[in-house]
Design a protein around this ligand. Structure first.
Ligand code: BGC
Length: 542
């Protein structure tokens, strides 16, 4: 199967909204769908093409909604299904697509299908989850089994938290010692697949334009690199392609060759736990308390660090390998941040430093995302208690800072009622402040998105060639080209100026974004690039 790429995706930037923390329209302290509708002017002003919403379904919120109790209903705290439809309609009027989070590797232990499957009598749902056949038997290696929760004799396999029972998509190779391990095409796994299609149809029919599949390559058990889970997606996404040919399918896979392959998903994300080199970009030291990340450099400096000690080669080599696998069939996304990656990109960087990270993410091949609040440099609030299974992710999920009114304009509730507290800093960044400063991060990001949109050679599928990416040296320089147009991106994340000469034949060079005076022609071939500290730019051949 080859899933056609919808045209708009090629220049797209996707804005990620954590619904509980974006905008509260009814004063209960928690963001909601109407709140998002109220902020569509702002979202449109960013120039983004789509919004991706973290889960908004009925849930006990043991993992912030990644534990779904009812796949067919918006959680009352966010509104109603009608509100979701209105959000889609209002977004579509502005040319903005809506992507929902499809969490189908597991559900909540409060989901009625799971409750039914845990009863002693066999019923429709008995095989929808993975149950061992004895509460006394220990779990086989590689599986987490919870015993003694429901009356059924046996334990259930869980995916993440104890409250997230895994759906039964079968085993890659069922172990004959454990007769409860079913093949992928057994009745239970096939019934689960059929239900997943119903869930997708339900939200598409209400107006959604695509989904982001949570933990996409972990559906089938005994499948370390996800190739058997990909077979399940061949079925599901093949059906999507037939029924909803315009829909966008995004994987949280971390393995583009498998998640995208011949066009299975349109986009796959770089993920730190599957691609250690991704850590080396923005969070190397943070990810392991100042130490190294296994399998990467011993000295933990990120590439986007003012020290200039980071090693871009590590990521580029890995990226080029993944890119070669999927450049004809889909897109890799290099997120600067999201609701899982601690800390936010602002930690340890000023606005100029943050902007260089975005310049990279938005000009590399693929489709980038922008996590709410990162565009105004919102801080990570360290030391917050865990809420709804957030643990160390609390500080990156705090309310959006809109203006100088109470609760930074997020909500009219009492401060103690807010989902998470607002950044208490007096000089915290807000959209309002950033709007009035032509030099703000927000306005630079808007300009960057505009340039990305208008420049054919910055399309997701434009060709890509590394011109300079050396261990411990900067700048980072690469070329993008498409249909006879060609541009060069040069980035200096360091706190000091850098110079490099690259072989780049061009009559003349115009600066489309960033430091205007960075380039100097030495001869027909050689271009000298001289970048100020924390600076970079996009330069087009004339
Ligand atoms: C989501 C997390 C969530 C986990 C379990 C992820 O990859 O992004 O926020 O906790 O899946 O569903």
């Amino acid at each position: 199967m080859r899933h056609e790429v919808p045209g708009w995706l090629n220049h797209a930037v996707i804005y990620q909204i954590y619904p509980q923390s974006f905008s509260d329209s009814n004063g209960d302290g928690i963001g909601d769908l109407q709140g998002i509708v109220d902020r569509l002017d702002y979202i449109e002003s960013l120039g983004v093409d789509a919004i991706w919403l973290n889960p908004f379904f009925v849930s006990p919120f043991n993992d912030a909604g990644y534990d779904v109790a009812d796949y067919y209903q918006v959680a009352p705290r966010y509104g109603t299904n009608e509100d979701f439809k209105s959000l889609c309609d209002a977004a579509h009027e502005r040319g903005i697509k809506v992507i929902f989070d499809l969490v189908i590797g597991h559900c909540s232990w409060e989901n009625e299908w799971f409750m039914a499957s845990g009863q002693e009598d066999r019923n429709t749902y008995s095989d929808w989850f993975i149950w061992t056949n004895s509460v006394w038997a220990p779990a086989p290696q590689g599986l987490e089994v919870i015993r003694g929760y429901l009356p059924r004799m046996g334990g259930y396999v869980t995916n993440f938290y104890v409250s997230q029972p895994a759906f039964n998509f079968g085993f890659a190779v069922p172990d004959p010692h454990y007769p409860w391990q079913q093949p992928m095409d057994a009745e239970g796994p096939m019934a689960v697949r059929a239900e997943v299609k119903k869930i997708i149809a339900h939200w598409f029919d209400l107006g959604a334009d695509g989904f982001r599949a949570d933990m996409a390559l972990s559906l089938v058990k005994g499948d370390p690199d996800g190739r058997f889970s990909a077979k399940v997606w061949q079925d599901i996404n093949g059906w999507v392609q037939k029924e909803y040919p315009e829909a966008v399918c995004i994987a949280e896979g971390g393995n583009p060759a498998i998640a995208i392959g011949q066009g299975l998903f349109h986009i796959d994300f770089c993920l730190p736990w599957r691609m250690p080199s991704y850590n080396s970009l923005f969070r190397k030291d943070a990810s392991n308390e100042g130490g190294s990340v296994p399998g990467t450099d011993v000295f933990g400096f990120s590439v986007f660090d003012e020290s200039g000690h980071g090693n871009i080669q590590e990521f580029m080599t890995d990226f080029e390998r993944h890119y070669a696998d999927v450049k004809e069939t889909g897109f890799i996304s290099i997120p600067v941040g999201n609701h899982d990656f601690h800390p936010r990109i602002s930690s340890g960087r000023d606005e100029a430093g943050i902007l260089q990270a975005f310049l990279f993410s938005f000009t590399m091949p693929g489709v980038p995302t922008l996590y709410y609040g990162d565009e105004i440099g919102m801080r990570t609030l360290e030391g917050l208690p865990s809420k709804e299974g957030s643990y160390d992710r609390s500080g990156i999920r705090t309310p959006m800072q809109w203006d100088s009114s109470a609760n930074a304009g997020f909500s009219s509730a009492e401060a103690e009622q807010l989902y998470f507290p607002i950044d208490p800093e007096k000089d915290r960044s807000t959209v309002q402040k950033a709007e009035t400063d032509p030099n703000s991060l927000l306005n630079h990001i808007r300009a960057l998105i505009r340039v990305k949109r208008e420049t054919p050679s910055l399309a997701g599928d434009a060709d890509f060639k590394v011109l300079y990416a050396e261990r411990g040296k900067f700048p980072i320089v690469y070329e993008r080209s498409k249909g006879g147009e060609c541009c060069l991106v040069a980035i200096n994340p360091c706190g000091f100026p850098v110079t490099v000469d690259v072989d780049w034949e061009a009559e003349g060079v115009v600066c489309l974004f960033g430091q205007a005076d960075a380039t100097e022609r030495l001869d027909n071939h050689l271009l000298r690039i001289r970048l100020h500290p924390a600076s970079g730019g996009i330069y087009r051949k004339t």
